[in-house]
Design a protein around this ligand. Sequence first.
Ligand SMILES: N[C@@H](CCC(=O)N[C@@H](CS)C(=O)NCC(=O)O)C(=O)O
Length: 341
Amino acid sequence: MALRAGPGPVVLLLYASGGRSCPEACHRIREVRRTEDAGYRGFDRSTRQSSKRQSCDAKLRPTHWAQALKGFDRSTKRMPPPSAPLVLTYFDDNKGRNELVRLIFVVGEVPFVDELIGFSEYVRRRDAKQLPFDQIPTLRVGDTVLGQSCAIARYAAKLAKLYPEDALSACKADAVVDAWRDQLDLLYDTFFERTVIAEKLQMFPRQQVERAQRVGNYFESSFKPWMRQMEKLLDGRRIAASLSFAELAIFDLVSTLEGFVEPEAFKQVMDLHPEVRGLVQEIGALPSVQQHLVQHPYQSLRELMSTPSNCKRHLESLLFPCLKAAMASWLGLKRCCSGDR
Ligand SMILES: N[C@@H](CCC(=O)N[C@@H](CS)C(=O)NCC(=O)O)C(=O)O
């Protein structure tokens, strides 16, 4: 599905989704034209309508990243932070889906508590039903625990003045952040399989030989196309009229990938995409980001993603199924004892 917005009416492009009762519809994209009035019916214009909707594209002019970052005025547009402390929670072993939120808070100078927990504490909280989606990251704001990395990132960006003000720029930035999450889903899938054990969705590490194959496929068939998409989106313009959380998402994914693939392969891709490379270099040069990266560097996971020796491969192929079976028995037993369903 796509939405075309311009000076004229808003056009909703609906993709026919393969409905069996209407085969012809599968081959057509239906354009549902709506007048702006109909499109905004029921929408309280006086308070919420974006006044900049029509002029957004005109504002996206070629610019250098340095300029974008310098002209970034923090004092005027920030949403007042909540009075309760912001507590961001994630696993303590590496950075991952929490990193975009951390970057947003760091660049936007929003104070937060960076809570890093071990796997057993994660399981305790999940089983105590303290995690709204049974997963992390979460962001605790007073008594409220928020889940889902993109939603948290959007909220954080609003507090940090890194969320575009006009609706069209906001949608473009959201799209980039949604694509960031899609990419992370695919990337982490090379590492872990998600499997239901004892009626609970669990992440279980893949054998190294499988990881190596999968990460190679991911790099070729997902990351490279994503780089092309980002290069085209940037194309001398910024995604939003000023630096937004979308650019930080691009920075995060590229920096993460650097730790997964061979330096030569990574360099080749970067050389083919100068806009993305320029963006990543300039964000990486921000003093706040540099300071943050000293404490929390992107790690190299190349060793874990490389083709294993035959000996290791055989060992893992014997060990992993046993571990999985042991985990299933342990979780089943735990559930029986606790009466949890
Ligand atoms: N769609 C969620 C996915 C969150 C997610 O998969 N979190 C993982 C850690 S990266 C997790 O909690 N895994 C524990 C599990 O599922 O067992 C988001 O973007 O926040």
